[in-house]
Design a protein around this ligand. Structure first.
Ligand SMILES: NC(=O)c1ccc[n+]([C@@H]2O[C@H](COP(=O)([O-])OP(=O)(O)OC[C@H]3O[C@@H](n4cnc5c(N)ncnc54)[C@H](OP(=O)(O)O)[C@@H]3O)[C@@H](O)[C@H]2O)c1
Length: 434
């Protein structure tokens, strides 16, 4: 059996998972790939760091050139993260004819085209299943199994950290801060959690998914992004009253040929399957015009789940044939030019929480303004002491309206003397066909 040498760039969470899977599932990997796979070099920053896996010291290097200049290394697995030097190392590896597996969503979302084009021009394979939703085979699903479909819409819970936080807020009535602290202690949130809680991580992933599902190039800046830091326990309570759950949803829809892409906290019906995706689990609902509704569910992060996607990508490359001189591009993201619909053009229902002075006529004034903007109300809840001059909470739920109508109406409502604060606005998604 032919031996094939591969190199790992990085031996952190994912790198360790890759090492463990290659070690524990060796027989399966050999049989399925047809090759005797050997990791021959591992690039890290700190050679002396304790790694928690039994890796022979001689494999570890801090010099990328040892990998680049070793012609016997056929596949480079990039699991170091960040933009540079990851980008540079992948470009140089492809120039030398090495195939690539990467888990790097940030780089793919912001500069993937350059890498895909390089892979095409050099005739090497480029796989990136782990970049979205960790162990869930969503990229393979879209790129291979669903290509007979026109995909109309996708809805994803694709950030485990925020889903963990929102789950704790919903199920254990924790505040956002308490839930974030728990996520950090459990290792779900990084020391700097900005990328997760402000929605950047989900924004990168949605850009990648949208590009593949709709065969078009996507500028990540066209994906609207809003994090979960403004979600409070009280919103969770109201959500329960409305038989809703709050999730950070990544949504992409093709509405009359225009793509709308958005990541934001969303109230969804309590009985919808996505509402029951808890803790750090991920899930993606794909609506295809032939297949109908399809749901993926699983672990979106972690050493072994992510390692599972990375090693499967490596096996795919081996199965497709590392010696073939007829390698087809795996990335078809330039098939259509799609127009983008900005957030102002999106239609949604809205939950609006306000603090108002408890006086007769407040609700009449607010509904009057909403009516002027063609927005009708589905329900209203008022809570608070009925003491003269005190603020009470007024929660409004609208029927479907265009975002720009809501923005304009809210501007006017804010001008009312009796409205002291617009405390929160959360979009509602009920998964109806547009
Ligand atoms: N963690 C997950 O569950 C997960 C899930 C899906 C995708 N991903 C993606 O997978 C990638 C890796 O994530 P991770 O969580 O495994 O990261 P990590 O734990 O921080 O590990 C990064 C590894 O890369 C090495 N490294 C970083 N910069 C380097 C440089 N300039 N030169 C040489 N080595 C360098 C580090 O070396 P030292 O150890 O010596 O510092 C470390 O071993 C990222 O792109 C991430 O977005 C992660």
């Amino acid at each position: 059996m032919e031996k094939v040498k591969i190199a790992l760039l990085g031996l952190g969470n994912v790198g360790r998972g890759v090492w463990m899977i290659l070690d524990s599932n060796k027989e399966e990997i050999v049989k399925r790939s047809g090759y005797d796979v050997e990791i021959s070099k591992i690039l890290v920053r700190d050679k002396d760091k304790e790694r928690g896996v039994d890796v022979p010291k001689e494999l570890i290097t801090t010099d990328f050139n040892e990998i680049l200049n070793d012609e016997s290394i056929k596949i480079v697995i990039e699991v170091m993260g960040g933009i540079e030097p990851a980008r540079d190392y992948m470009i140089k590896s492809m120039e030398k004819g090495k195939h690539i597996v990467t888990a790097n969503k940030m780089l793919l979302a912001t500069g993937g085209d350059e890498l895909f084009e390089m892979a095409d021009s050099k005739g090497v394979m480029f796989q990136y299943e782990a970049s979205v939703a960790g162990g869930i085979p969503i990229i393979q699903g879209i790129n291979e199994s669903l290509t007979a479909n026109k995909i109309k819409e996708m809805y994803g819970i694709i950030n485990g950290t925020t889903n963990y936080i929102l789950s704790k807020m919903e199920l254990e009535n924790l505040s956002f801060e308490e839930a974030l602290k728990g996520a950090t202690e459990k290792g779900y949130a990084e020391a700097d959690p900005t990328s997760d809680i402000e929605g950047f991580d989900a924004q990168y992933k949605l850009a990648i998914l949208s590009s593949l599902a709709f065969g078009t190039k996507i500028d990540v800046e066209n994906v609207y992004r809003e994090g979960i830091t403004h979600i409070q326990s009280i919103d969770m309570e109201y959500a329960k009253e409305f038989k809703m759950a709050v999730k950070l949803l990544a949504i992409v829809k093709d509405v009359n040929g225009k793509l709308e892409m958005r990541v934001h906290p969303t109230m969804i019906p309590r009985n919808h399957p996505l509402a029951n995706v808890y803790d750090s689990f991920n899930s993606v609902l794909v609506k295809g015009n032939a297949v109908g509704d399809l749901m993926f569910y699983g672990r979106g992060a972690g050493d072994l789940p992510t390692g599972s996607a990375v090693v499967s990508d490596m096996i795919n490359i081996l199965k497709l044939g590392i010696h073939s001189d007829n390698i087809q591009s795996v990335v078809k993201n330039n098939l259509w030019d799609k127009k983008i619909r900005s957030i102002e053009g999106v239609h949604s229902k809205y939950y609006i929480r306000t603090s108002v002075v408890d006086e007769p006529g407040v609700l009449r004034d607010i509904t009057g303004i909403l009516g002027d903007h063609d927005i009708s109300l589905r329900s209203v809840i008022q809570k608070g002491q009925n003491k003269k001059g005190e603020l009470v909470t007024l929660v409004l739920v609208t029927h479907r309206a265009k975002e720009i109508q809501i923005i304009d109406a809210i501007d006017e409502i804010y001008e009312l003397r009796t409205v002291k604060k617009i405390d929160n606005i959360i979009r509602i998604e009920e998964f109806e066909e547009e």
